[in-house]
Design a protein around this ligand. Structure first.
Ligand code: C5P
Length: 253
């Protein structure tokens, strides 16, 4: 199986790779394809990776993914699949045909759901790298307690990551606060994609477990997901440049 359909994914896979461009994923959280593509055009010279999440996917449909892929970008399809094993496996097969490089499933769907998703991906000639979402970066300890979990977010992330690894999944989404622990668990093979990234001075919004781009990279992130600090900036290209410069300085490139 070829899980890595484009060279950029090979870069994202290796957290020691030194290219900031290959390790920044801009979250296209917009209500329409036209707005998303306008930002993509603005960032064309700087960014290779874009994330399509639920808002844009529901509004624009699968064609937004194929459009981005056809234009040569690498796409992280953040659908956070969470359903019975058979349904998630089928959704993985449907999503794979769109050409995205990364696809999320919720680790809390459990071991059989994760295994079914991974088996479905493995059976395809070309499939996205699966990322298991651990604990959402918007959740703090009271939120984790409120859904009945007796652990800290960090403990829950490790438990879910162990479950993912046992199912054969080597990619994970967690907050910057757990990335060091998760890196210790996965070693260099882990693909750790980290949202909750906030440059100094930018608003946290609904994110609870956050860090700066440099901190997240130093802690072991493979790739960083950044949305509002770029998309809501008065000058998105300048905001992306500043983040890429911070990342490059940290990576020594
Ligand atoms: O605007 P912001 O930088 O907070 O965007 C973060 C993006 O990462 C959003 O699209 C959100 O859905 C996604 N995400 C997240 N936390 C996770 C998984 C995905 O914030 N655990």
């Amino acid at each position: 199986m070829d899980s890595y359909p484009d060279p950029a994914v090979h870069s994202a896979r290796d957290h020691r790779c030194n290219s900031a461009r290959d390790r920044l994923i801009v979250a296209l959280d917009f209500p329409a394809a036209s707005e998303a593509l306008k930002l993509v055009e603005l960032l064309d010279m700087q960014c290779q990776w874009f994330k399509v999440g639920l808002e844009l996917y529901i509004a624009a449909g699968p064609s937004i993914v194929t459009t981005l892929v056809e234009r040569g970008y690498s796409v992280f399809l953040d659908l956070k699949l969470h359903d019975i094993p058979n349904t998630v496996a089928s959704a993985v097969r449907s999503a794979a045909s769109l050409g995205a490089s990364l696809l999320t499933v919720h680790a809390s769907g459990g071991p059989r759901m994760l295994a079914a998703a991974q088996e479905a991906a493995q059976a395809l000639s070309t499939a996205p790298q699966l990322l298991a979402v651990t604990v959402l970066t918007s959740m703090s300890q009271p939120d984790v307690t409120a859904i009945g979990l007796p652990r800290s977010p960090a403990e829950q992330v490790l438990l879910l990551a162990q479950m993912g690894l046992s199912a054969g999944i080597s990619g994970f989404v967690c907050s910057p606060l757990e990335v060091a622990g998760l890196r210790a668990l996965t070693g260099d093979a882990g693909i750790l994609v980290i949202p909750g990234v906030r440059p100094d001075g930018s608003a946290a919004g609904d994110q609870q477990r956050i860090a700066t781009p440099a901190q997240a990279l130093r802690l072991g992130a493979s790739s960083l997901v950044v949305g509002r600090p770029i998309t809501q900036a008065s000058n998105p290209a300048a905001a992306a440049s500043a983040i890429l410069a911070e990342m490059s300085a940290c990576l020594g490139s």
